[in-house]
Design a protein around this ligand. Sequence first.
Ligand SMILES: [Zn+2]
Length: 148
Amino acid sequence: MKSSADRLAWSLQQCIAKKMRMTGARKRILRFLSESRQPVNLEQMGRARGIKGTCDNATLWRTMMSLEEFGIVRRVSLKSKMAHFALATPDEHHDYLVCQDCGTVADLPHTHALDALQEEISKTKGFTFEKHEVEIYGTCPDCQPAKR
Ligand SMILES: [Zn+2]
């Protein structure tokens, strides 16, 4: 499910399957999320083209909570300073880089090293894995100069 159109189609199908009422706000938010390759926070959603000026923060938050409840979006990186959301598409796997200064959550590009690690842990601990989701904490490039 790599293309934005596929991701949007999946999310709309989920809404129908789960008998979720399709409001304008929900549709606009799903469109934005399907086009986002990175987890997004409420502020970014509120500024996005197609959403800006159409709903306030309270509506955004309520919408995200119900989409999460229905399993269409998921909250990622619960320990970040800000809530970040991503579409809960089934065949995508993500790892994240979390900035402890500004709270940004960025997608960590897929690396085979993590798959190898999972395999090794599986062997040494006798643990069968379903999936992994790794979060690495630190300071993002934007926040680093301020520290020096
Ligand atoms: Zn930062």
